[in-house]
Design a protein around this ligand. Structure first.
Ligand code: SDX
Length: 427
């Protein structure tokens, strides 16, 4: 008998098994708690709740560790490619040379979208937020792919996974083109996954598109840094939607909607807007005081994290990438100096030290994306593009989990007890 967690409640002493994973915190298995005691656990925001078993990504928030299938994010960012990381997340192991070539070719063969899908964009205003377009267009994919929505069929799951990973760059690039009134560009499968995305976004039919190698490498690394992140809000949304048997396109659309929130993936857009609003180093103390003021809703966007109580390892790589892109493009942006000084001042301020608030993945990413030429409204769409492989990998894992059932949390009810209806004449 392994270790047990003992609960004494309602005059009863009950023990629940403590389960161990391969690394990380153990869990108390309370699946029988309600049946045994009539009690629910109460954990709004799931700060102490493991909602599933997973082998994809591990985070040690105290140590600032992020592993994808056991490989540290810093090593993947340095040595891997986004396509190789996609294969790793989906299959659990790094691919051999032939496996990688075959996977990359398969993905490239799904980069086009149905011609009818292009009509969907015409229904949006030109100034529609790209995330609004992504929610709508990705959700609509299930109307085009009836041949791969049977989630019980592993082959259907595989092809819809590949379709989603392959088409997100095309859909995101089309959202950008639509917003600037330029023609949609077709995919060019002679290019890398990231190179193809960049030519569909910034290329024009009138001339050959030239992509700076350092920019292609930086974007590919940014995609790696955003690929997956354990059971974050949008991944949990995808899992919950998938638990009802919804088709994968609808589940990913739900994940996109959740990611859009400024507390989550929308923080990259909010962080750059905040840095621009601060504008100069001398205005930083005022904003730090606002962030500390309980009566002021202002928060430092790109700072803090539910899990990381140490420096987000992705932010460290992102900061290094800013320097590389600036050097390659021979550009400077005073906003980077503001970001560096803001980080320095916040990390030496007792408020941030006590609450263990550090820069997260969203703090520096916008500076790079802006230098490359993306409008802030595209930042979260790029996050969604990259996170699709994580959502899809987690969705596949959930569907294949023999213990999975429809997610259906309970509540602590604080509303009115039962009472009789009162006719309006007597109210
Ligand atoms: C992402 O989950 C993931 O893995 C997400 C993500 C991924 O890859 O999927 O990593 C991507 O979403 C990164 C986070 C991006 N969001 C932001 O940068 C928005 C700003 N950050 C905060 O809103 C906040 O830090 C959260 C939402 C990220 C985390 O919030 P928690 O875990 O619910 O913590 P909390 O709100 O309870 O804050 C704890 C304390 C509070 O003060 P007290 O009530 O204890 O006095 O810290 C304070 C908060 O007021 N605080 C901040 C702060 N973040 C938290 N104060 C000022 N500025 C901030 N940014």
């Amino acid at each position: 008998m392994g270790e047990q967690a003992k609960l004494s409640v309602g005059g009863k002493d009950i023990a629940y098994p403590v389960l161990s994973g391969s690394i990380g915190p153990d869990v108390v298995d309370i699946r029988k708690l309600y049946g045994d005691t009539g009690l629910f656990t109460y954990d709004p925001g799931f700060t102490s709740t493991a909602a599933c078993e997973s082998a994809i990504t591990f985070i040690d928030g105290e140590e600032g560790v992020l592993l994808h299938r056991g490989y540290p994010i810093g090593q993947l960012a340095e040595h891997s490619s986004f396509m190789e990381t996609c294969y790793l997340l989906l299959n659990g192991e790094l691919p051999g040379k032939d496996e990688l070539t075959s996977f990359t070719t398969t993905i490239s063969r799904h980069t086009m979208v149905h011609e009818q899908l292009r009509q969907l964009y015409q229904g949006f205003r030109r100034d529609a937020h790209p995330m609004a377009i992504m929610c709508g267009v990705v959700g609509a994919l299930s109307a085009f792919y009836h041949d791969s929505t049977d989630i019980a069929d592993p082959e259907h799951r595989k092809i819809s996974s590949h379709r989603l990973i392959a088409k997100m760059p095309t859909i995101a690039a089309m959202a950008y083109k639509y917003s600037v009134g330029q023609p949609f560009m077709h995919p060019d499968n002679s290019l890398s996954y990231t190179g193809n995305f960049m030519q569909m976004t910034f290329g024009v039919p009138a001339e050959k598109y030239e992509l700076h190698p350092a920019v292609e490498k930086a974007m590919d690394r940014i995609f790696i840094l955003h690929a997956d992140h354990e059971q974050n809000a949008s991944t949990s949304t995808v899992r919950l939607a998938g638990s009802s048997g919804a088709n994968p396109f609808a589940c990913i659309a739900a994940g996109i909607a959740c990611l859009w929130g400024p507390a989550h993936g929308g923080a990259n857009e909010a962080a750059l807007n905040m840095l621009r609003e601060i504008g100069t180093v001398d205005r930083i103390p005022h904003y730090i005081e606002r962030a500390k003021d309980k009566n002021d809703p202002f928060r430092l966007m790109g700072f803090g994290h539910r899990v990381y109580k140490n420096y987000d390892p992705r932010a460290a790589v992102m900061q290094k990438t800013v320097r590389e892109v600036f050097d390659a493009l021979k550009v400077k942006d005073p906003v980077f100096d503001v970001a560096l000084e803001l980080e320095h001042m916040a990390l030496n301020d007792p408020y941030f030290i006590d609450k263990k608030l550090f820069p997260n993945v969203d703090f520096y990413s916008g500076i790079i994306l802006s230098a490359i030429g993306f409008p802030t409204t595209m930042f979260t769409a790029l996050f969604a593009l990259a996170r699709t492989v994580g959502w899809v990998a987690q969705w596949n894992e959930m569907i294949s989990d023999p213990y999975q059932k429809i997610g259906r949390p309970r509540q602590l009810y604080t509303g009115a007890p039962e009472r009789d209806y009162v006719p309006v004449a007597k109210r």
